[in-house]
Design a protein around this ligand. Structure first.
Ligand code: NAD
Length: 248
């Protein structure tokens, strides 16, 4: 299927690694120019930009800490000058520390919510003037936001917020802009490795119909679908990509 992304311009946050990097590469392979947002892993982000360019597309590096309002504003004004509008915004930044429910400090709770929920709100709000007619926003939530997680309560609560933020934003920006989210299950990235330390070794076999974790490229494919005009009649929705987690 042609995703009709030729000459679209995308901003992907958290694109120095994992799902964000895979998404940036896939969007470029499908014809889009990509602004690669990163917070600290500049080397990873540069590798993503290089991959975008190898697809013959324009790739831009953009330092963007989603928790820093000043940084968000600066990044958006630079984008305005450089790309003159966005067709796609993918919010893949996130952190998922593991911590016992009764030991999470107020500071840690606030930090995790700031990155995973406040950040996507601030970036989306700041990006509104840049979003072209027909633009698509895809937020990356998590199955954790649907089930709750005893050892990642802050993360799960923030991701539940992202699912709801997606619906509010879809209502607020319709019909000009579509807003959806993907809720991945366990995915083989740096973050997935951290989360896996808190799970029993046979988790995938016991809990998932497909009996394995996702590759980042499989989640990127879901994001690209929602970012593309081929999903043009879908907004405010959550696409579950969890290997059959809900059915087992
Ligand atoms: N890996 C999983 O099992 C899994 C499951 C469900 C949902 N997710 C979600 O997928 C998204 C991508 O995660 P991933 O698995 O690719 O992990 P990852 O750790 O590879 O990617 C997360 C990215 O977010 C960036 N980031 C962290 N704090 C930031 C900040 N303040 N500002 C900007 N960027 C920041 C990191 O530098 C990193 O590049 C996250 O939103 C995560 O919550 C992951």
């Amino acid at each position: 299927m042609d995703l009709q992304l030729t000459d679209k311009i995308a901003l992907v946050t958290g694109a120095s690694s994992g799902i964000g990097a895979a998404t940036a590469r896939l969007l470029a392979a499908e014809g889009a120019d990509v602004v690669v947002g990163f917070q600290r892993n500049e080397q990873g982000a540069a590798a993503t930009v290089e991959a975008v360019r190898q697809h013959g597309r324009r790739g831009f590096l953009c330092r963007l800490d989603v928790t820093d309002a000043g940084d968000v504003q600066r990044a958006v004004s630079e984008l305005d000058l450089e790309s003159r509008g966005l067709d796609i915004l993918v919010q893949s930044s996130g952190v998922a520390p593991v911590g016992d429910f009764d030991k999470v400090s107020a500071g840690e709770w606030a930090r995790v919510v700031a990155v995973n929920l406040n950040g996507p709100f601030h970036v989306l709000q700041a990006a509104i003037p840049l979003l072209r007619d027909g633009a698509a926003v895809v937020n990356v939530a998590s199955v954790a936001g649907q089930t709750g997680v005893p050892h990642q309560a802050h993360y799960a609560a923030a991701k539940a917020g992202v699912i709801n933020l997606t619906k509010s934003a879809a209502r607020a920006l319709a019909p000009r802009v579509r807003v959806n989210c993907v809720a991945p299950g366990m995915t083989l990235t740096e973050m997935g490795q951290i989360t896996a330390t808190a799970l029993p070794p046979d988790y995938a076999q016991q809990k998932l119909l497909l009996q394995r974790f996702a590759e980042p490229e499989e989640i990127a494919a879901c994001i690209a679908f929602l970012a593309s005009p081929v999903s043009g009649f879908i907004t405010g929705e959550t696409l579950n990509a969890n290997g059959g987690r809900d059915l087992r």
